[in-house]
Write a protein that binds this ligand. Structure first.
Ligand code: SAM
Ligand code: SF4
Length: 329
């Protein structure tokens, strides 16, 4: 088990497999000006497996596949299959916009994928287009239905609340949890990358308190659900009579850095030590200069040891080198 210098156990790997996307959410990926990794720059399935083996040896138990949009990665099924087969890894989950999911969901489930978080910011088709820019709500919804059919449970929906774009839709999204045993999680905007997406995140920020107030005014009091673990970044509630749960992820208004259990691996092979800092260690360099699993594990131990205590958004500090699409959330 790896513990960092602040006493946090780090056992959760967020694995970005690509830094491109078929959508362009206004707070995540600019329409132009971003450079994406070439095929050669991306870690190969072999290299990814080596990192996950090293992580599992060091005590990591959970892996989340992310991106960019992970379903764009040609070798995704192979990657899931390899990661799920690593001894010690107990759960492989994925975060996706769902648009391409129907065509591969059965293969992913067969490969060992256990759960998906589906990113759907609004149930209004026009506002979906304005906020997530490409793809359609119909396609994203088909992705969600395909996940249900494939038995990937529980279904979690992520919605990033952006003033003027979808803050008026939070009641409709929360209402989904009344009839369905889904988790709908409302995420506060974070400014990453220093460019136009970071500006959107600053200008259009909506606090979880405001979102919660809006939901309770329409749908009734939210009753807290006991926390499953300290590292669960979502604070969860139930609406009256609901089958599912409503959650609030509030990195800005209520930072949860004290319970952080994460290490991030970028698609181009860097350990990114904290979502909201620029500190990185180059795994790809180690792998491509002849280093094997032991060398990767040594670098991972260093990455955990060097993890910052938390973010400093209140002091205006964030990652400048990467947009969210290049880190993976
Ligand atoms: N493409 C997939 C998706 O959209 O779910 C996976 C990658 S995406 C970067 C991972 C998560 O980051 C998504 O759930 C999205 O809601 C969230 N996200 C993206 N940009 C964000 C931002 N600026 N602030 C907060 N959350 C953000
Ligand atoms: Fe693509 Fe996901 Fe970023 Fe939206 S949040 S642009 S779907 S990577």
């Amino acid at each position: 088990m790896l513990t960092d210098r602040f006493g946090r156990t780090i056992d959760y790997l967020r694995l970005s497999v690509i830094d491109h996307c078929n959508l362009r959410c206004v707070y995540c990926m600019p329409l132009s000006g971003l450079r994406h990794s070439t095929g050669k720059e991306l870690l190969t399935p072999d290299e990814i497996e080596c990192v996950v083996r090293a992580a599992a040896d060091a005590g990591f138990r959970r892996v989340r596949i992310t991106g960019g949009e992970p379903t764009l990665r040609a070798e995704l099924v192979e990657i899931v299959w390899r990661v799920a087969a690593v001894p010690g890894i107990e759960e492989v989950a994925m975060t996706t916009n769902g648009v391409l999911l129907p065509r591969m969901v059965d293969d992913l489930a067969d490969a060992g994928l256990k759960r998906v978080n589906l990113h759907i910011d609004t149930l209004d088709p026009e506002r979906f287009k304005r906020l997530m820019r490409f793809g359609t709500l119909r396609e994203a919804w088909a992705g969600l239905e395909s996940a249900i059919r494939a038995g990937l449970k529980p279904i979690k929906i992520n919605a990033v609340i952006t003033r003027g774009y979808n803050d008026m839709d939070v009641v409709d999204l929360a209402e989904l949890t009344i009839e369905n045993d889904w988790h709908v999680r409302f995420i506060e905007l974070m400014p990453l990358g220093g460019g136009e997406c970071a500006q959107v995140a600053r200008d259009k920020f909506v606090s979880s308190a405001e979102t919660r107030g809006r939901i309770e005014a329409e749908l009734g009091v939210l009753t807290p659900v006991p926390r499953r673990s300290l590292s669960d970044e979502s604070i969860n509630f139930k609406l009256p009579g609901a089958r599912g749960e409503v959650g609030f992820i509030s990195p800005v208004s209520e930072p949860y850095c004290d319970g952080c259990n994460r290490m991030r691996l970028t698609a181009d092979g860097k350990f990114h030590l904290c979502l909201l800092h620029d500190d990185e260690l180059d795994v790809r360099k180690v792998l491509r200069s002849g280093g094997g699993q032991e060398a990767v594990e040594a670098l991972l131990r260093r990455a955990v040891a060097e993890k910052p205590s938390g973010h400093q958004l209140a002091d205006g500090v964030s990652t400048l080198n990467r947009n969210m699409i290049q880190v993976g959330g």
